[in-house]
Write a protein that binds this ligand. Structure first.
Ligand code: FMN
Ligand code: SF4
Length: 498
């Protein structure tokens, strides 16, 4: 039971201010917020960045970083006596292998890597103007809410956060809610290994996203907009804050909240829990956030890239946006990393193929063997499927997904057993643990892979049955797809995992 007047939403902010869960901190925060000490402890232990305070180098263990020697980097730090820890993903796959220092500033060891954070150019335009006077918002107000919604519908814009849900449905649903208080939330938590496009939008084109957010807030009638940005994105955060300071927000209150190192907080309802100061555990749906979201109020949540597409749709019309795509509407920011010459973010028509994307990224390194088309959740595909359009529908048909479009290329030099293991470790570490099939299934699959690597030929016999349990018995998308890296590797690479 919450104490009267308790300021739960301040708990994470205060934990950060106090430097994490050091001795005595939970008691002090209890005094400041009225939230019981045990509860504060429970919240703090959920989040990597506050659970284990103390200066240390955090080394990324994501797929691209592991392929580029992250394990060796950890061993070097260990040998040199440098305080360190392994973390799931830092969203810097194009500069792999990477770490962050005690201030969360980037340490990039990568020999390749595309564009540096200081370069002004990037093969990305999203067609809007990065203009703090926000001409698209002014135009939207001239057109009126119905007309803007109609353009959004005509554009066919599908959410770019992973599920590909039509944007206009959610906007319309929140607009129709009768509640006096409504919120807009920007999901800038980008934490899936392979994915780093939202980072680039915030770093280089922050006004595109902010203007899209302002248009959304105006259209649905929101009083407040929250931007939940992952804590390790220090540089994009600075850019974002500078851009926010440049704009005239009128009546809209804008709040920037930084994440604390939990991938699951990218899931929309876990994100809402985190904003409310709780452990980031996904909620049961329905009710959907559009009905009962932040503090029970109707909430529109969109991904950074989704919102960044909106100004151009308002300026140039829905039909124009739709035409930018090939097999599905619009252009798309694809992330590419792994065994390619120039890892980075490239904007191509939605439905481009792997070869086209890799050509934009300077070509393959070595002989390609496999690719993961949409982050860890999308599993692995063989090169025989290289012509599959990288879109939501075609990838679903081959048992994969576009997800957040974090494409990783694996050359013949990479063992599929290792690759499946790195992804399994990721999901085991990042499961929030509230559903038994996900919590136990993630562990069983990782353990099965360990036994297989040690020579137990029958170790993978029950993987499919466990995967079925996980898919059927999980509340959220993490548990539903966590077995895909292993099951897809077994299906497509039987020589290595047969
Ligand atoms: C485990 C998990 C992690 C997710 N992580 C993100 C994320 O980092 N960023 C994001 O925008 N959406 C993420 N999503 C999808 C969100 O739940 C939600 O669908 C999205 O923010 C909605 O925005 P959109 O409609 O603009 O795509 C994640 C979903 C799951 C299941
Ligand atoms: S499926 Fe996994 S991550 Fe999702 S709510 Fe259940 S335990 Fe948590």
């Amino acid at each position: 039971m919450e104490r009267k007047g308790a300021q739960r939403h301040r708990v994470l902010e205060l934990l950060e201010e106090h430097g994490g869960l050091a001795p005595g901190v939970a008691k002090r925060i209890e005094a400041e917020t009225g939230v019981p000490e045990a509860d504060i402890y429970g919240v703090a232990t959920f989040y990597t960045l506050v659970a284990r305070p103390g200066a240390k180098t955090r080394v990324c263990q994501g797929l691209s970083c592991m392929m580029a020697g992250a394990a060796e980097k950890l061993a070097e730090l260990e040998a040199a006596g440098v305080p360190h820890e392994a973390v799931s993903c830092l969203g810097q796959c194009d500069r792999a292998p990477v770490a962050v220092d005690a201030d969360l500033e980037l340490v990039a060891w990568g020999p390749r890597g595309g564009v540096s954070p200081d370069d002004s150019e990037l093969p990305m335009n999203l067609a809007g103007t990065d203009d703090p006077s926000w001409p698209a918002l002014a135009r939207a107000k001239v057109l009126g809410r119905d007309a803007v919604l109609a353009e959004l519908k005509a554009s066919g814009l599908q959410g770019r956060g992973g599920a590909g849900f039509p944007a206009h449905f959610k906007w319309d649903a929140v607009r129709r809610e009768a509640a006096e208080t409504k919120y807009v939330v920007v999901n800038a938590d980008e934490g899936e290994p392979g994915t780093f496009k939202d980072r680039e939008v915030m770093l280089r084109r922050p006004h595109l996203m902010l203007e899209g957010m302002a248009i959304a807030a105006w259209l649905v009638g929101a009083s407040d907009a929250y931007i939940y940005i992952r804590g390790e994105f220090t540089r994009p955060l600075r850019q974002l804050r500078a851009a926010i300071a440049e704009a005239d927000w009128g009546d809209l209150r804008v709040h920037v909240v930084t994440g604390h190192g939990a991938y699951i907080c990218g899931e929309e309802t876990a994100l809402l829990e985190a904003l409310e100061g709780r452990r980031g555990m996904p909620r049961l749906k329905p009710p959907y956030p559009t009905q009962q979201g932040l503090w029970g109020k109707p909430t529109l949540m969109n991904n950074v890239e989704t919102l960044a597409c909106v100004p151009a749709i308002v300026h140039r019309g829905g039909a124009w946006f739709k035409d930018q795509g090939r097999t599905e509407p619009g252009s798309k920011l694809y992330c590419i990393s792994g065994d390619v010459e120039r890892p980075g973010v490239y904007e191509l028509p939605l439905g481009a193929t792997l070869d086209e994307l890799v050509e934009a990224a300077g070509g393959y390194v070595g002989t390609p063997k496999a690719f993961s088309p949409g982050g860890a959740s999308s599993g692995f595909l063989p090169m025989s499927l290289r012509d599959t359009p990288l879109d939501f529908g075609h990838l679903a048909k081959v048992g994969s997904m576009l997800g957040s479009a974090g494409v990783v290329v694996l050359s013949e030099a990479v063992s599929m057993v290792d690759a499946a293991k790195w992804q399994a470790v990721f999901f085991e570490d990042e499961s929030c643990g509230q559903c038994a099939p996900c919590r136990i299934g993630c562990r069983m699959q990782r353990q099965a892979l360990d036994r297989f690597r040690e020579g137990d030929a029958k170790a993978l016999a029950n993987v499919e049955a466990v995967a079925w349990e996980m898919d059927q018995g999980s509340i959220c998308g993490l548990g539903m797809v966590a077995s895909l890296p292993l099951t897809s590797a077994m299906k497509h690479f039987p020589d290595e995992l047969g």
